[in-house]
Design a protein around this ligand. Structure first.
Ligand code: FPP
Length: 243
């Protein structure tokens, strides 16, 4: 693939959907789907940042995902606790900075330790940022940002008239640029409370493959599609107008 001929988004977000269905289709347990999903994500993250994308955000676990069975939540938490320790070297070798968005409440100690370990280890890496949304909800992020800003105003650290979009962005879980392309695998066409502030002008792409099968080739198709999109950000592209 000649990436120089493609438009490369600065920030891509992926809703990792379909691990369960992928496993079911193969007669496997749902946990096998999550395992395959993680292994795919690990490789895909390196590929995506190699194409020139600078930020990759993924929806690994929503605050609502705690409603799933104890067995499934336990499996996912074990996976997170284990992999962000054992694969920390891999992210270092690939010069990737790993950050997390979400709340720490209700997360197990070993999960928090693993998250803190990889965050600290990779903090100076420069190839790109891998933002893992874990115990994350979009409304909650906006609510928490509002509380942080209200506190700054109350403590006289910020004048109410100086609140602007930049201040809002800086008080979200991570200070990230806007999302250019949102991908949701598995054919579902919903945002599901994911990065609502950051998605304002994102292009949406909905491949039908389940996440464990969303490999480099499938991802490259999303770049081809993104290249065809005419982004206007509420304006008009007069060069392209037909009538
Ligand atoms: C959605 O598929 C997927 C999840 C809720 C978890 C995503 C997690 C991973 C890919 C692995 C862990 C990731 C990290 C970063 C450690 P689903 O289970 O809802 O699938 P279904 O809709 O087919 O049931």
């Amino acid at each position: 693939m000649d990436y120089t001929k493609l438009k490369i988004p600065n920030h891509i977000a992926i809703i990792l959907d379909g691990n369960g269905r992928w496993a079911k289709n193969l007669g496997l347990k749902r946990s096998e789907g999550h395992k395959a999903g993680y292994e795919n994500l690990k490789k895909l993250c390196v590929h995506i940042l190699k194409t020139g994308v600078k930020y990759l955000s993924v929806y690994a676990f929503s605050t609502e995902n705690f409603k799933r069975s104890e067995e499934e939540v336990g499996y996912l938490m074990n996976l997170i606790a284990k992999k962000f320790k054992s694969d920390a070297k891999y992210f270092m070798e690939n010069n990737i900075k790993v950050v997390f968005s979400g709340i720490r409440d209700n997360l197990r100690k070993d999960v928090l330790e693993s998250m803190d370990y990889i965050t600290n280890l990779t903090k100076n890496n420069k190839k790109g940022t891998f933002n893992v949304c874990l115990n994350y909800g979009g409304h909650l992020e906006i609510t928490d940002m509002t509380k942080k800003i209200a506190k700054l105003v109350k403590e006289n650290k910020l004048d109410i008239d100086n609140i602007n979009e930049d201040i809002v962005n800086k008080n979200l879980y991570q200070d990230l640029p806007p999302i250019d392309l949102l991908i949701r695998t598995s054919g579902e066409q919903r945002v599901s409370n994911f990065m609502l502030w950051q998605l304002s002008y994102a292009e949406f792409y909905f491949p039908t493959v389940h996440f464990p099968d969303f490999n480099e080739e499938e991802f490259d198709k999303s770049l081809i599609e993104y290249t065809k999109r005419d982004r206007r950000f509420g304006g008009i592209n007069y060069d392209k107008e037909i009538d």
